[in-house]
Ligand binder design. Structure first.
Ligand code: G
Ligand code: MN
Length: 271
């Protein structure tokens, strides 16, 4: 049985970083097409600590950069080893937008790709919209430098926080992940109109879209009827230890059975 809590400071000190993964599925076939890695810390006593505990302590830029690099290393190592032959289009990892805009991630990603031998195209960098990113010119040029390494770029949590339309327009983004707050109110006519515009933009700009926070069949069908082709959320599966992802991709040909109680069942997927 997985035991999870928010822990305390001394638990964080006696713990190691681990990656968990949440599937991203094709909204029509329910096939797993990608996975987002999410940070956890595993205490020496086996308890899993959630990022709400350890991430807020780490918002200063150098610590956060090291943290982002460690998560990218876990993703790259997975892609080069257990994930090498899985039919996954990408594995994504969250980074602070400021580290994209500053260029600080470029040498790190280059080095981690070289160290691991991972296929760069299968690594998706998610720049979160929780963080301000005031300098559009350096955003564009450093997104281009990252893309020159062969990796793909996603905008995460689009629609909340510091979402900035010029960031979409000015840089060669591959994927937009639409924040769950928009997906979960997509029966609201004005919200649907906004999402229709985003779908039209994505088709014109050849950018992929993921509906985040799909928890119910009505979230799923609203997103599908708008033309959003990929989804992520509790309907398909909660985050699970990364070691369980290969089984999830192989089980039933990688087709997830949507379930309001959580999609993938832990017990059927022994680590
Ligand atoms: O900001 P980002 O989109 O990277 O956050 C992913 C977070 O969203 C994870 O902590 C994950 O557990 C959570 N999450 C994923 N799917 C759902 C969902 O369907 N509903 C809710 N409420 N949270 C979700
Ligand atoms: Mn994310």
């Amino acid at each position: 049985m997985l035991s999870i809590n928010f822990g305390n400071r001394s638990q964080v000190e006696n713990s190691r970083l681990a990656a968990w993964a949440q599937p991203i599925v094709d909204i029509n076939s329910n096939q797993i097409v990608g996975a987002e890695l999410l940070a956890r810390r595993i205490h020496t006593d086996g308890t899993t600590l959630l990022p709400e505990l350890f991430l807020p302590n780490m918002l200063s830029a150098p610590d956060r950069l090291t943290f982002d690099a460690e998560m990218i290393r876990l993703a790259a190592d997975f892609l080069a080893n257990e994930g090498r032959d899985l039919p996954l289009d990408f594995v994504s990892v969250n980074v602070h937008s400021l580290h994209v805009a500053s260029g600080a991630l470029v040498p790190i990603v280059r080095q981690l790709l070289a160290d691991s031998g991972a296929d760069p195209h299968r690594l998706m960098i998610e720049a979160t919209e929780h963080d301000d990113c005031p300098d559009i010119d350096s955003w564009r040029s450093n997104v281009e430098r990252l893309k020159a390494l062969g990796v793909r770029l996603a905008i995460d949590d689009f629609g909340i926080g510091y979402s900035n339309l010029t960031r979409l327009l000015d840089a060669p983004i591959d994927l937009v992940k639409i924040d769950m707050s928009l997906i979960q109110r997509s029966d609201d006519l004005r919200c649907r109109a906004l999402l229709r515009g985003l779908v039209e933009f994505a088709s014109e700009a050849q950018v992929g879209l993921v509906a985040e926070g799909v928890e119910t069949n009505s979230h799923r069908s609203a997103a599908a009827s708008l033309g959003i082709t990929a989804a992520q959320g509790f309907l398909y599966g909660r985050p699970r230890p990364l070691a369980m992802l290969p089984n999830a991709c192989r089980h039933n040909g990688g087709v997830v059975r949507p379930s309001v109680s959580g999609g993938i069942r832990v017990r059927s997927l022994a680590v």
